[in-house]
Design a protein around this ligand. Structure first.
Ligand code: TXA
Ligand code: MG
Length: 351
């Protein structure tokens, strides 16, 4: 299949630039598009055939449900049932934006979209291209992240091209995304709201609006839990992983730098390619040949935005061993460390 790659400037574009993408969605095809979190691989959420195509293109297990993207509140009432006051308050506060809520699904949402579940995940994205694509096509867009299953999520169109060129109809290239990690997922279908995946919208931010919010035990701790099954099916898979062996090195920064220097020196002696994931503040302290800055410790946002790009870069340079500094687990740091620990298969070195 030929994949059309079309550039769209998110700051300024005209309706007709999305015409082709809308036609493809309306006829059951797949379009990758930018959102404020990561790029999504979109298809018609109400069309069984489209969700099958999504699973095939990503190589994704079909028990891993998709998020349904909507453009307005009418869309929510159309696909979701039993929408609580608390859910409406969260929608009011954080939509459009990087928050996904889980509800009982309406009959019209096929089980192929929800991975066989009776619930549906819904998100109203704020990215202008995503929002306009849903509005103009008149299609609720089922969209997982637009990466091959198991690879880091795409934060640039280049990442989508790397993984999905030739497998999907179209890629809308809107440049680099703003946030860089996937939306927060909160389950609103149970008695108490529960966070299933941490993201840009934090527990504290939600609690300011609706009071107490639980966190799925499977993500509370940064340890692999064999006896606790994650409530978001996708959270159980090894994700975001570079091909090399990644370890997170924890401790005070001087000890971390010393330890990483010692390890990378050993690898280099043995002619094994090693790399370091450092920050703007620390990158000059390493002796390794391959040192990359993920962002600045002064801005958690810059670290989130740089995370997946740097994990992909590790594959490009063919790093066999990768050592990353660790970050605070406060606010956005919780989501960053959640992704980083999963990428490392929970491999950590304490110094
Ligand atoms: O930011 C995002 O959420 C991006 C952009 C494209 O919107 N999408 C995204 O989708 O990250 P995906 O498929 O990579 O992750 C969706 C997650 C999976 O972990 C899946 O298991 C979970 O949402 N999920 C979807 N529906 C669910 C449901 N009904 N119950 C529990 N978890 C659900
Ligand atoms: Mg994903």
């Amino acid at each position: 299949m030929d994949t059309i790659v079309q550039r769209v400037n998110p700051e300024y574009f005209q309706d007709k630039e999305l015409e082709k993408a809308c036609q493809i969605l309306q006829s059951g095809g797949l379009v990758a598009f930018p959102t404020e979190t990561v790029y999504g691989l979109g298809g018609n959420a109400l069309l069984e055939e489209a969700s099958h195509k999504i699973y095939t293109a990503k190589g994704r297990p079909s028990d891993n449900p998709l998020i349904v993207h909507i453009a307005d509140m009418d869309g929510l009432y159309d696909v979701a049932d039993k929408i609580s006051e608390k859910a409406l308050a969260l929608a009011e506060a954080f939509w459009p934006g990087p928050l996904t809520m889980i509800f009982e699904k309406k009959e019209k949402v096929p089980l192929s979209t929800t991975g066989g579940l009776s619930t549906v995940a819904v998100r109203m994205p704020s990215h202008p291209v995503a929002a306009e694509l849903i509005r103009q096509s008149g299609v609720y867009i089922a969209a997982p992240s637009a990466n091959t299953s198991g690879r880091p999520s795409p934060t640039k169109a280049e990442h989508v091209i790397e993984d999905l060129q030739g497998k999907i109809d179209m890629i809308l290239d809107g440049g680099a995304v703003g946030i860089g990690i996937e939306s927060t997922i909160v389950d609103m279908s149970g008695e108490k709201p529960m966070i299933l995946r941490p993201g840009y919208i934090t527990k504290v931010m939600m609690e300011e609006v609706i009071g107490e919010v639980d966190v799925d035990k499977a993500i509370l701790s940064m340890e692999p839990k064999t006896n606790i099954v994650a409530k978001a099916p996708g959270m159980k898979y090894r994700h975001y992983a570079p091909k090399g062996k990644l370890a997170i090195v924890e401790g005070d920064i001087d000890s971390v730098v010393a330890k990483i220097n010692q390890l990378t020196e050993l690898h280099e002696k043995e002619h094994v390619k090693a790399a370091v994931i450092a920050t703007e503040e620390s990158k000059r302290l390493y002796q390794c040949k391959n040192v990359y800055s993920i962002g600045s410790r002064k801005s958690e946002g810059s670290i989130a935005a740089g995370l997946y790009d740097i994990l992909r870069l590790m594959d490009q340079i063919g790093a066999e061993y990768i050592y990353a500094e660790s970050f605070s687990e406060d606010t956005l740091g919780h989501a960053i460390m959640n992704r980083l620990f999963k990428a490392a298969g929970y491999h950590r070195i304490q110094v």
